[in-house]
Design a protein. Structure first.
Ligand code: MLT
Length: 393
């Protein structure tokens, strides 16, 4: 028996588990200190009434022999896939419901999608970025090439004549920096992918936070994307589903590599390894895409964006460099006094009782930076900012 040795090349623990461990150690040693968590991007507002109503109804259906549901379609119920198609129509994108696959969240599918690609592919991963892309490719032993996001390129790396790879991850709005690619910038990646026979894995989990109407909320709003991109989306941050679990992945039928439509491969993978998301959850997700549901989640998103504005205002007053927070729930700041990311983490936790996420956890380029999330409740955001205003830097 041989284990997958690639796992030995991973860091000891996943970023957010490491932070949670540090915080619980601190809490155990300092039980009287109140800690405000602006670290992991976990929502605090409850599910909206439209979702609760739909889920309650679905629970009743499950309790009645006439309406009870057993196994559903692995790729999701058509009522939800059609509701998502309609959501895309509103964005000016035409999709058919068999191009949409319902999942238990973007994180799972971003990892699982790798099943349909050979391990021999070279993967381009922006740095800094959501750690799941790196870790899942390390697990598969794939060659990873990092593309640098820096202050100079506004954390939006672009391809040039030397860019070589088979798969590229793009996260826009970006986690952790909050940077958002424009249509013309995404077009450069699309042209590059088509020319190089590559595939773009486009993570749009934060698309609903985009306020600037000139920015794309789906890669398919740009010509050519259906020939080269798979899009991953989630209801976690958009509709408060972090604990409920539901997302979706779009694999266009036009996306063909080695004469095989990737849609067909993904369907085969899902029907074999996945039994779908629960009926109750999918009914709740369907309610998100109704007029009522979209209106209600919009209010929650505005609440989080107001939190982001309050954090941004405090950082501006303190003279701390930051970006993000406008079309994204994340604020990406430069650690004061040239502190390293983990030094600043410890300093904020120990002296101010605030938890953030060290930028270095998102890649080498994140060293010296720090991420704050706007998903807290307003009282805690104000409290944390009052503490931060006392920062002696
Ligand atoms: C984050 O804080 O980056 C996210 O909550 C992690 C995730 O979505 O898995």
């Amino acid at each position: 028996m041989k284990i997958n040795n690639n796992y030995l090349n991973l860091k000891d623990s996943y970023l957010f588990s490491k932070i949670a461990k540090r915080v619980s150690e601190y809490k155990a040693q300092n039980p009287d200190k109140e800690v405000i968590r602006l670290g992991i991007g976990d929502v605090t507002l409850p599910l909206v009434p439209a979702v609760i109503e739909a889920m309650n109804k679905a629970v009743d259906e499950m309790g009645n022999a006439d309406t009870f549901k057993g196994y559903g379609e692995e790729q999701g119920y058509s009522f939800l896939r059609e509701a998502i198609c309609e959501y895309y129509t509103q964005k000016g994108v035409t999709l058919s419901s068999d191009e949409i696959f319902i999942s238990d969240g973007a994180k799972s599918d971003l990892g699982n999608i790798l099943d349909i690609f050979d391990n021999d592919n070279t993967v381009l991963i922006p740095d800094p970025v959501y750690p799941v892309y790196v870790d899942t490719n390390i697990m598969a032993g794939r060659k990873i090439v990092f593309i640098k996001g820096t202050v100079e390129n506004s954390f939006l790396p672009l391809p040039d004549e030397n860019t070589a790879g088979d798969i590229v991850y793009i996260c826009s709005p970006n986690n952790p920096t909050g940077a958002v690619y424009s249509k013309s910038q995404l077009k450069l990646w699309i042209d590059w992918a088509i020319k190089n026979n590559a595939v773009i894995l486009f993570d749009s989990a934060y698309e609903a936070f985009i306020q600037d109407t000139s920015l794309p909320t789906s890669i398919y709003q740009i010509e050519g994307a259906k020939q080269c991109a798979i899009e991953f989306c989630s209801l976690s941050k958009t509709a408060g589903f972090t604990g409920v679990r539901c997302g979706y992945t779009v694999v266009p039928k036009e996306l063909v590599r080695s004469d095989v439509p990737l849609n067909k491969l993904w369907l085969r993978r899902q029907t074999t390894k996945f039994n779908g998301v629960s009926y109750i959850v999918q009914r709740g997700a369907q309610a998100v895409f109704t007029e009522k549901g979209l209106g209600q989640i919009r209010e929650n998103i505005e609440y989080y964006l107001e939190n982001a504005r309050i954090i941004s205002e405090t950082l501006t007053d303190l003279g701390i460099w930051f970006t993000g927070g406008k079309n994204s729930p994340y604020i990406w700041l430069k650690c004061p006094n040239n502190m390293s990311s983990w030094e600043f983490f410890d300093y904020l936790l120990e002296d101010y009782g605030i938890v953030g996420t060290p930028g270095s956890g998102f890649g080498e380029q994140g060293e010296g930076f720090f991420r704050l999330t706007a998903f807290g409740n307003r009282i805690n955001i104000h409290k944390a900012m009052e503490r931060l205003r006392k920062l002696s830097i």
